[in-house]
Write a protein that binds this ligand. Structure first.
Ligand code: FES
Length: 67
């Protein structure tokens, strides 16, 4: 499933980055560009990231900065 249309990032892309050691949403954005254009995908992208991180046994520290 495509999560971010602007940057063509799928749920599998996010999972792959988490499995590769990406441990924060900010890092995911730097690595993939997800949610850095129009921003409409951010909630979904964060949800996929958090689910993937939890599946990896990581500790989730939600961080959302209001613009
Ligand atoms: S759909 Fe992800 S930034 Fe636009």
């Amino acid at each position: 499933m495509i999560v971010c249309v602007c940057e063509r990032v799928s749920d599998r892309d996010i999972e792959r980055h988490v499995q590769g050691g990406c441990d924060s949403f900010d890092s995911l954005q730097l690595e993939t560009g997800v949610a850095t254009c129009c921003g409409r995908c951010e909630d979904c992208a964060r949800e996929v990231f958090e689910t993937s991180s939890a599946a990896q046994g990581g500790i989730i520290i939600p961080l959302k900065i209001a613009a």
